[in-house]
Design a protein around this ligand. Structure first.
Ligand SMILES: Nc1ncnc2c1ncn2CCCCCNC(=O)c1cc(-c2ccc(F)cc2)cc(O)c1O
Ligand SMILES: [Mg+2]
Length: 214
């Protein structure tokens, strides 16, 4: 039977990355996607912007929406302080299965909780299920038409505090126009655009960093 692209990406990690070395896992995935097959990881160019935001925020609680194969999950978690926790939501069980193995290869299981299911259902359960008070950082990288409704849901569930940071991938390509309009015009956010390129291509894309003002 034919393998899937996520399965081939996992094999590239197991073949080329060192177990327990998250940065070698990130590098192995980027090499696979540049040399063999494009895949929708945030990639190295936007990944460096992600790294700088994570290092600046130094978050204790992180939420990632859209795990895919775990590239940004591993990239973020590799920069977190020891007691910090990252919860990542993935809707697609096949992606989740691969992501768990990529996370295990990186040796980051203790910092990461991968939850399977739709963001709209899980966000309202965060407090009761995972004992989360508020998130210091949210990385949005799931369905592009879910960015806005899920941001409003995070607000309504009291999961954002004054100073919480939202970092959104793909605000240009594929694009999240309603989300951009909201965070750039709402008095409750201070927003900033980081121009970059769609992973592994020359197409314009970028990350939008928005601070929740409370
Ligand atoms: N917990 C949850 N709740 C709801 N949906 C959930 C979810 N967990 C997952 N999903 C479902 C997300 C499926 C993947 C989302 N990402 C994308 O769709 C995406 C697409 C491109 C792309 C760009 C140009 C092209 F020509 C083709 C593709 C690039 C990217 O960086 C992308 O992140
Ligand atoms: Mg993306």
């Amino acid at each position: 039977t034919q393998s899937t692209r996520p399965q081939r990406l996992l094999h590239a990690v197991q073949k080329n990355a060192t177990r327990g070395d998250p940065r070698s896992v990130v590098k192995a995935i980027d090499n696979f996607c540049r040399q063999k097959e494009w895949a929708m990881n945030v990639g190295d160019e936007k990944g460096c912007i992600l790294d700088s935001v994570v290092s600046e925020v130094n978050p204790v609680t992180v939420l990632e929406l859209g795990t895919y194969c775990g590239y940004s999950t591993v990239r973020i978690a590799s920069l977190l302080p020891p007691h910090a926790k990252l919860i990542t939501l993935e809707f697609n069980p096949d992606y989740a299965k691969i992501a768990r193995q990529v996370i295990a290869w990186a040796g980051l299981e203790d910092k990461i909780q991968l939850v399977e299911g739709p963001s709209g259902e899980w966000i309202p359960k965060m407090k009761e299920q995972f004992g989360v008070k508020t998130f210091d950082l949210v990385f949005l990288d799931h369905w592009k038409d879910r960015y806005l409704p899920d941001t409003k849901l995070l607000e309504d569930c009291g999961l954002l505090r004054k100073g919480s940071i939202l970092l959104a991938d793909n605000v240009i390509c594929p694009g999240t126009p309603d989300y951009l309009e909201y965070v750039r015009n709402s008095p409750r956010y201070k927003s900033q655009y980081f121009k970059s390129h769609l992973e592994y291509t020359k197409v314009e894309d970028g990350l939008e960093k928005s601070v929740f003002l409370g």
